[in-house]
Design a protein around this ligand. Sequence first.
Ligand SMILES: NC(=O)C1=CN([C@@H]2O[C@H](COP(=O)(O)OP(=O)(O)OC[C@H]3O[C@@H](n4cnc5c(N)ncnc54)[C@H](OP(=O)(O)O)[C@@H]3O)[C@@H](O)[C@H]2O)C=CC1
Ligand SMILES: CC(=O)N[C@@H](CCC(=O)OP(=O)(O)O)C(=O)O
Length: 350
Amino acid sequence: MVERMGISVAVTGASGYAGGELLRLLAGHPDFEVRRVTGASSAGTPLVQSQPHLVGSPGASALTLEATDPARLAEADLVFLALPHGQSAAIAAELPDSTVVVDLGADFRLADPDAWASYYGGTHAGSWPYGLPELPGQRAALQGARRIAAPGCYPTSVALGLAPLLAAGLVEPDDVVVVAASGTSGAGRAPKQNLLGSEVMGAVSAYSAGGVHRHTPEMEQSLSAAAGTRVTLGFTPLLAPMARGILATTTARLRPGATAAQLRAALATAYDSEPFVHLLPEGSWPSTASTLGSNSAHVQVAADEHVGRAVVTVALDNLCKGAAGQAVQCANLAFGLPETTGLSALGVAP
Ligand SMILES: NC(=O)C1=CN([C@@H]2O[C@H](COP(=O)(O)OP(=O)(O)OC[C@H]3O[C@@H](n4cnc5c(N)ncnc54)[C@H](OP(=O)(O)O)[C@@H]3O)[C@@H](O)[C@H]2O)C=CC1
Ligand SMILES: CC(=O)N[C@@H](CCC(=O)OP(=O)(O)O)C(=O)O
């Protein structure tokens, strides 16, 4: 019989979208036991009132949302922070060094205080190991880590597509353009006028265009590390009429002599032994539908010889590989568990 570790877990932001997906994944995890769930306005209510998709889990059905009190969170071996930006740092500061803390928010993603000040404002809390194990050298930084900053959903999709091409020196680091569409759950659960059904249904809309989206410096940070030189990019996000999913298309100017076969080989080398990142067969292009509910990212690449650009497209589920799934993957690494524990690489279709 396999001995299970019985690691006690607290989930903050448990009434939100990322928290709800975390709890769905944790309900099937053999080593992580959710003992505490917290919210803000929802404190005092049954968890399944906010997360009715979890009613089939006896563990989840027994839980009541509590106020987010660091002293009580400190009783857990593992704490997931799924809070709005800027709320994690003060709570993390009160948790013991021995507790594994995985922050799904942005508070600890950026190393550069100036980038933080420009895009988020307020005090820069610092930076933690960046929770994207598939980036070059990053898995080792996460094994045994006690503090992990889980990446944003758009930056995950862009880094997975372009990092291997930059690392292989196949594209120029100063001519990168990203256009990525997200489902509405990416904006969280709090009501907003631009997220009303009547605004979203039947429309794809651009927003935060012109270099102002807060994920721009996060993308540049991870891509610069992969390239070994400064990468700059333009990013246009789109809101798409679907609940979940991201489809990111990144184009970059090809270095002289770079070929389609080399682009494909760079991605194949990076991902052939990865459980969650899949280079699709030639001629098959990613679709958000195929990644729904899975911790997988699907990747395809082409060389557009007409304009001399690499074109790489990535699909993933923003709540899973883009948030909660990635957070669980990183927590597995932190505890020395098999990285895939509790996670599925298979989507739901159609
Ligand atoms: N949605 C996504 O696709 C992704 C989200 N993330 C990150 O995950 C985090 C959560 O996002 P998401 O789930 O979408 O957001 P939601 O708006 O859906 O949920 C926010 C959660 O935080 C709680 N909360 C709000 N304010 C406070 C506070 N001051 N103290 C304690 N709890 C508070 C809310 O509680 P209550 O409902 O009780 O008020 C709710 O549980 C964010 O940092 C986001 O950037 C990361 C990647 C992708
Ligand atoms: C559709 C939509 O609004 N998406 C969000 C980002 C998604 C996300 O969760 O990123 P963080 O983890 O950095 O918050 C946005 O553009 O602000």
